[in-house]
Design a protein around this ligand. Structure first.
Ligand SMILES: Nc1nc2c(c(=O)[nH]1)N[C@H]1C(S)=C(S)[C@@H](COP(=O)(O)OP(=O)(O)OC[C@H]3O[C@@H](n4cnc5c(N)ncnc54)[C@H](O)[C@@H]3O)O[C@H]1N2
Ligand code: MOO
Length: 396
């Protein structure tokens, strides 16, 4: 089909519409899911000194099998008051600094203390250095820990804090507006007149964005009036980084998004992508804002949001790698040959195998309940047997 942009080209063009947003420094308590604006390098050794990894006694390995004279105690957070001498043991706890002179920890389950005398009752440590966390065993000062553009996962947050970073250097979150268009649409939960349907896409997109570093405004709705849509777009562009419209993207007499964007002073970068569902996707700019015009069919909106909106939001939020990775899994059932566009088939990944869900009608919402993957089937792909490996994208 002519005039349709290949998916990868359309995805790449979407990201070129705007560079990542400005950097800011925020508290670690607020930074989950954000992307780093600069690398994190360790500012300190961790641990900063050799520590005990167990509750027990610090000893010299050469003094085994004891007995020892108990010569003091050191708890986590304290500095040992003296060095360990030959034949001595110092009571020590998990996370406490190892006294100078000690090279091994014997766990308390392996010894018995009577007065100031400690005797071995179990096997004891098998080697010098047992139950000791060496200085800088986690990382040394100067170690590169996280790259710019990395996502702040719980683990990454923990490492950045331990590395001594005072706060999280990240990119600003994109402010995202969602605008459903269509005379037939009614706010969720409101009574429906004949010909009306509930606006399910607005809330669906807000939910998809809830897991992303985005400030998402309450979904809005406009009637199918070019002038109204144009005015709303112009207003939204003043305070948002991304405007997502839903519906009105196709060729019908009531499909006004492209016209309204032009009237508002914006520009279409591309329209129509070689994919199913989602062909009439629009991408463009209006002032500083990027506009994505998603097709109105629920599956089309879902798939185009997955492939274009979420990566755009991540890109603006500073992600180095904004696209969902593709996986491969075997088909649980045979798959028919592909058509003249790239297909993204709603599917269920269960027990390691993929089952395409029955409906290919992009107007249906019910298949979205079970779908946890999109099978990627290339244009003109041949039919595949059950068991054949196919590409998929995991979806939430
Ligand atoms: N002659 C042609 N007709 C259509 C073509 C085409 O190439 N030639 N493309 C079809 C494809 S593919 C799609 S996808 C749809 C997309 O159309 P629009 O983006 O203009 O969407 P609407 O017509 O406004 O709506 C389509 C469908 O989705 C329902 N809808 C819309 N918004 C919502 C919402 N917020 N929540 C729930 N449901 C929504 C709407 O009622 C329609 O049923 O065009 C085909 N037509
Ligand atoms: O592309 Mo439409 O999205 O096939 O239903």
């Amino acid at each position: 089909m002519s005039g349709l942009l290949p998916v990868e080209e359309a995805q790449a063009r979407t990201l070129t519409l705007r560079t990542p947003l400005s950097p800011e420094t925020i508290a670690f308590s607020e930074c989950f899911g954000r992307y780093l604006s600069q690398p994190v390098t360790a500012l300190r050794d961790q641990p900063a000194a050799a520590l005990s990894a167990m509750d027990g006694y610090a000893i010299r390995f050469a003094d085994l099998p004891g007995p020892w004279t108990i010569a003091g105690e050191v708890a986590a957070g304290a500095v040992p008051s003296r060095a360990l001498g030959p034949g001595e043991a110092i009571r020590i706890f998990t996370g406490a600094m190892l006294p100078e002179g000690a090279d091994t920890v014997v766990v308390q389950e392996d010894v018995a203390a009577k007065g100031a005398t400690l005797t071995l009752t179990g096997d004891g440590p098998a080697a010098r250095g047992r139950h000791i966390r060496p200085r800088a065993g986690d990382f040394a000062a100067g170690a590169p820990l996280l790259d710019a553009g990395a996502r702040l996962t719980p683990g990454a947050i923990a490492a950045a804090i331990m590395a001594g970073a005072p706060a999280a250097p990240v990119h600003r979150r994109p402010r995202v507006a969602i605008l459903s268009t269509g005379d037939e649409l009614v706010e969720p939960g409101r009574p429906l007149a004949p010909g009306h349907i509930p606006d399910s896409n607005g809330a669906m997109l807000a939910a998809m964005l809830a897991a992303e570093p985005a400030a998402v405004a309450l979904p809005l709705h406009a009637r199918d009036e070019r002038g109204t849509i144009s005015n709303i777009l112009r207003e939204l562009a003043r305070h948002h980084d991304v405007i997502v419209t839903i519906g009105g993207a196709s060729v019908g007499d009531h499909d006004h998004v492209r016209g309204a964007l032009a009237d508002a002073g914006g520009a279409v970068d591309f329209w129509r992508v070689a994919m199913r569902p989602g062909k009439p996707l629009i991408a463009g700019t209006l002032g500083e804002a990027v506009l994505l015009g998603l097709p109105g069919n629920p599956a089309s909106a879902f798939v185009t949001a997955t492939l274009f909106l979420l990566p755009l939001v991540r890109h603006l939020a500073g992600a180095r790698d904004p696209f969902q990775p593709r996986g491969q899994a075997p088909l649980a059932v045979p798959l028919a040959a592909g058509g003249d566009r790239r297909d993204y088939l709603r599917a269920r990944l269960d027990g390691g195998a993929l089952t395409p869900l029955d409906s290919r009608d992009s107007g249906q919402t019910r298949p979205l309940i079970a779908a946890n993957a999109l099978i990627v089937r290339d244009r003109d792909a041949s039919a595949r047997d059950a068991g054949a490996l196919v590409d998929y994208i995991a979806i939430a």
